[in-house]
Write a protein that binds this ligand. Structure first.
Ligand SMILES: Cc1cc2nc3c(=O)[nH]c(=O)nc-3n(C[C@H](O)[C@H](O)[C@H](O)COP(=O)(O)O)c2cc1C
Length: 480
């Protein structure tokens, strides 16, 4: 069957592909995708910023369990927004066992983002999640499914057990997900669990105590090799509906090169021919696939279609358009450096606490500046990228290589793993204008990620314009 769209607007965390961007793309007939990464803290901070246009109030009013919605609203909404220089109230950090408060916030956050993205049109909407960030996954998917999400897209790991989670939630059943725990032995398992009926019972309304049957969204796995695509197609615990095949030119995290990591003279991972996915093998699987990473032109789209792909996934071009969540001043700076031919993107092998290479745009006053990086006092208060490890007493512990070095080492982490690690959580929130401020009033510093394609974004600017829209991007790619 032919795909209903040729372009997927890639999921971009944290909050870069927000509901505004996803809705605008879906209204134009392509797949709009919201980012589900860190969505609970994004909502908490938007509510603390006063929900100026009232969109989230509208989404909360549409939530089917109003006592829960009211509780979350009361916990975080600040009329008029928090005062400048007032830190945001923190949200609980994600753990294998979610606190009730965090579970409610997470479900509401995913529901609201998908509800707003889908509001007022019938175009398709997807949600993107990182496989590596496991504890929030099921409540996020449940919230998104309550709002009728059409697609789930997931990469940065091997999402073998997500199809089964989607099936269980669609049937109104309890869902569970085994999480990766460093130091655990084979046979030992640590599991995140979420029961929709228990969640709903908290609404306190006996008539609604049964979990609803929900639409099962299509599931697209994001992969970088045919081997991974084949493994997923054969060994997942449920249906996979397609693949997104991403090259190392893509923005955000990249899959590491195959084999031992080799760095170029300027310190970037070296990718070679072995890293190119075998598209013939992927096509043979027989599922629709989309190509991502430097594909945002009509010629590239044609080439992808010629390889048997159903279309392309595009991120960078949308990241800097008017509708995306990135702060306007940062978009302007990026456009200016691109226009002057000075834009550079560094594939940083160390920045991300996940250990995956992460693309960083060189911009003054951001975390790409070594001085800014060294100035920041390490702390970990969002916790989305923490790895779970087994403590000596057998219980799960949580550590992040970007947290204070002494804390990380005290938790059994290796000091050398902390070198060059950046707190992507706090930096990425600063990038979308929701950065934390410390007690002295110092704001967190932003970090901008983009793909190698960033050097081409000036093509979307109409003559005399200083910004461009998602329509400019789509028109350019779809023009023949
Ligand atoms: C700012 C930005 C943030 C991104 N964040 C994510 C993410 O959270 N999860 C993900 O799977 N991909 C992420 N990506 C990758 C995109 O979804 C998409 O696959 C990629 O951008 C396509 O390549 P391109 O950047 O050359 O267009 C991100 C990309 C950008 C530019």
């Amino acid at each position: 069957m032919e795909s209903p769209f040729k372009i997927i607007q890639g999921g971009m965390g944290v909050g870069v592909s927000n509901w505004v961007l996803a809705q605008s793309v879906a209204r134009q007939g392509q797949l709009g995708v919201i980012s589900g990464t860190g969505i609970a803290a994004v909502l908490a901070r938007r509510l603390q910023s006063g929900d100026v246009d009232g969109h989230f109030r509208r989404a909360f009013d549409a939530f089917p369990y109003q006592n829960i919605a009211q509780r979350v609203w009361n916990r975080y909404f600040v009329p008029g927004g928090v005062k400048t220089k007032t830190p945001f109230k923190l949200t609980p950090m994600p753990m294998i066992r979610f606190s009730r408060a965090l579970e409610e916030l997470t479900v509401l956050a995913a529901f609201a983002e998908v509800f707003l993205a889908k509001d007022g049109h019938s175009g398709p909407i997807g949600i993107n999640l990182l496989e590596k960030v496991q504890p929030p996954t099921i409540p996020t998917l449940f919230g998104a499914m309550l709002a009728g999400v059409d697609y789930v897209l997931m990469g940065a790991g091997i999402p073998r057990f997500i199809p089964g989670v989607l099936d269980a939630l669609a049937r109104g059943e309890s869902a569970s997900l085994k999480v990766d725990v460093e130091g655990s032995e084979s046979g030992e398992s640590f599991v995140c669990q979420f029961n929709p009926a228990d969640f709903i019972a908290r609404n306190g309304d006996p008539v609604q105590a049964a979990a609803p049957l929900l639409k099962r969204p299509s599931f697209f796995a994001i992969v970088s090799s045919a081997t991974l695509a084949l493994t997923l197609a054969r060994k997942s615990n449920g249906r996979i509906d397609g693949f997104i095949v991403e090259t190392s030119a893509a923005g955000g995290h990249n899959a590491p090169p195959r084999g031992p990591m080799q760095l170029s003279a300027n310190g970037e991972p070296v990718y070679g021919p072995r890293d190119a996915a075998d598209l013939v093998k992927i096509a043979e699987i027989g599922l629709p696939f989309y190509l991502a990473g430097g594909f945002a032109t009509s010629a590239q789209l044609d080439w992808a279609l010629g390889q048997g792909a159903a279309g392309i996934q595009v991120g960078t071009a949308f990241a800097f358009c008017r509708e995306s969540g990135i702060r306007d001043d940062l978009k302007q700076q990026v456009l200016a450096t691109v226009a002057s031919g000075q834009a550079t993107v560094f594939t940083d092998p160390q920045a991300s606490p996940t250990g995956f290479p992460f693309k960083v745009v060189a911009l003054p006053e951001t975390m790409s500046d070594p001085g800014k990086y060294l100035q920041r006092e390490r702390k970990c208060d969002l916790g989305y990228l923490r790895k779970i490890y087994k403590r000596p007493d057998g219980t799960p512990g949580y550590r992040c290589a970007a947290e204070p070095v002494a804390d990380y080492v005290a938790k059994g982490g290796r000091e050398e793993d902390t070198i060059g690690r950046k707190c992507l959580c706090n930096a990425l929130f600063a990038t979308i204008g929701l950065g934390q401020i410390d007690a002295q009033g110092t704001p967190e510093t932003a970090i901008v990620t983009a793909g190698d394609d960033v050097v081409n974004i000036k093509q979307y600017l109409q003559p005399g314009q200083r910004s461009y829209s998602s329509a400019d991007v789509l028109n350019q790619i779809l023009s023949r």
